[in-house]
Design a protein. Structure first.
Length: 230
């Protein structure tokens, strides 16, 4: 087997400028993804897909390779993760390099651990799945979610569950936004990460945090300190 880690880190973040190399408790946040991937011993190569020279320089400093820069087409706000991965695999093919499995790792995932990466890879092989990724349980039943209508009043998305007990509702999960293990042949055939043959590992809420704005960033640092007893 030949395994490749692809850390997707384009430039031009709007909500948090310089997000992928912004300092997170003493080092660029992308360093956590690179260092964890390296320490896991799971990969034949760890590369960063970026269009940004500053990100590339930081990535190289922490041990990743940048065999080529991301195309302008896949560096805009609308490019999907799947499209980026296809591009990377096609570029490697041109270089005469082929991989059986790939792990897409997000650059702002400081909670990622080698043990979770290994757990995901083992499950991918065990189930012969197209993909495996970590999820977290929603802390509140999504069937009881509410919205605010045009009059500023609340409405339930599923009013039939207004009086349903929380413990009687089916649990729901969300993508933790950390990594995706993929079978390369199956991925290139379907060009999709989520398929009807995708499995997940469930992680505790303390092991992940979606970072979309500066408030998220501060909370993630607090959770990381607690988790790692810093």
């Amino acid at each position: 087997m030949h395994t490749l880690a692809i850390i997707t880190a384009r430039g031009g973040s709007k909500r948090i400028p310089g997000k992928n190399i912004k300092d997170f408790l003493g080092k660029p946040i992308i360093a956590y993804s690179i260092e964890t991937a390296r320490a896991s011993g799971l990969f034949d190569e760890i590369m960063v897909s970026t269009d940004d020279e500053n990100i590339a320089a930081v990535a190289k400093k922490y041990g990743a390779v940048i065999p080529f820069l991301r195309s302008e087409q896949n560096a805009n706000d609308f490019a999907t993760t799947a499209e980026v991965l296809v591009e990377v695999l096609e570029q490697y093919k041109k270089l005469g390099q082929h991989f059986t499995h790939v792990c897409c790792i997000y650059p702002c995932a400081p909670f990622i651990t080698g043990s979770r990466l290994k757990q995901g890879f083992d499950l991918l092989l065990q189930k012969e799945a197209d993909a495996v990724f970590p999820v977290m349980k929603f802390h509140f039943p999504i069937q009881r979610a509410i919205k605010i209508n045009n009059q500023g009043l609340i409405e339930m998305f599923q009013p039939e569950h207004l009086k349903t007990r929380s413990q009687d509702l089916e649990p729901a999960y969300c993508d933790s936004g950390q990594f995706y293990w993929l079978s390369v042949p199956r991925f290139l055939e379907k060009k999709a990460i989520w398929t009807d043959n995708t499995a997940v590992i469930v992680i505790p809420e303390m092991e992940g945090h979606d970072i979309d704005n500066l408030d998220d960033w501060k909370v993630a640092e607090i959770k990381y300190r607690i988790l790692n007893e810093l």
